[in-house]
Design a binder for this molecule. Sequence first.
Ligand SMILES: NC(=O)c1ccc[n+]([C@@H]2O[C@H](COP(=O)([O-])OP(=O)(O)OC[C@H]3O[C@@H](n4cnc5c(N)ncnc54)[C@H](O)[C@@H]3O)[C@@H](O)[C@H]2O)c1
Length: 329
Amino acid sequence: MLRIAVIGAGRIGHVHAKTIASHPDATLELVCDPVGDAAEKLAALYGARAAKQTDDIFTDPNIDAVIIGSPTPLHIPHLLAAAKAGKAVLCEKPIALDMADVTAVESELDAITTPVMFGFNRRFDPSFAAIHKAVGDGKVGRLEQLTIISRDPAAPPIEYIKVSGGIFRDMTIHDFDMARFFLGDITEVFAAGQVLDPAIGAAGDFDAAVVTLKAASGAVATIINNRHCASGYDQRLEAAGDEGALFADNIRPTTVRFSSATQTDAQDPYLDFFLERYADAYRLELSAFIEAVENGTKPPTGIDDAIKALRLAEAATDSARSGKPVTLA
Ligand SMILES: NC(=O)c1ccc[n+]([C@@H]2O[C@H](COP(=O)([O-])OP(=O)(O)OC[C@H]3O[C@@H](n4cnc5c(N)ncnc54)[C@H](O)[C@@H]3O)[C@@H](O)[C@H]2O)c1
């Protein structure tokens, strides 16, 4: 039984707390959040302890592992403090807002010996994982083109956007990781950013983007992102090879279809939002983390994946601003 503390009682903190509380091999030991009564409220839902400061958590002998769901600028400080105290860590994406923050602590990151996994939960989505396995098994032959569509139902508050690091670091980072998961090393990034909501433009960000990534293998990935989508949380993936293609479509709560004189085949809206759509992925991500910690094996995602995804996000940001492709060394 892995005793876990969740750091940050915000949106993703709630997801992790709920996932831990319902996992047979984990216990939610503590929730930490310095703001208001956020920690107390979330901890109370699952009978866990609450704390306002992280200090005591890292030395608490009753805590085996921490899940870091604090704001992105705190990921590295929390990760280093937890790892130095010997705790296993599952840290949310992205690792940082800036590569310079990673480079500044490179030797400390290299020195980490405790298990560290990063929250690229979409790798664990059963449909995406099945496609990944089928591609690996050669089902579509040589993978030539990967298409990832990821549109949120609505943009987060502008206060979140302002400190998020921008669409590529905050949102597309999941898709950069998926592209790497399927295609391996990426050699070129070309991004077209769109400002559809003037408030997001005024905050210096894009709220939609199309990114193409060339892989060393010769395959090309296309990522389509939008912070809003009239039809809900639009999450699709297609892997096309020279012998076939695999498709993962949106998921609905039921398979019921409605037909009438004015419409045919109308269905329930897509599962909405990430908590619902990726509930299985968060559960399977947690299972993979627990398995790695308990068996002493390498977690399926790590610091290297987090850094490579962030590099792609920075390249995409540069490309969208300059209008030119960016070649990666
Ligand atoms: N993997 C995913 O699907 C996913 C989804 C959403 C967010 N995220 C990531 O999770 C992180 C948090 O995002 P969010 O949407 O939950 O944000 P949020 O603003 O809802 O929550 C962050 C929480 O951290 C708390 N916090 C602030 N300082 C803290 C400190 N020193 N110690 C502990 N807690 C502190 C805040 O009070 C807040 O409750 C971001 O890095 C984001 O990119 C990942």
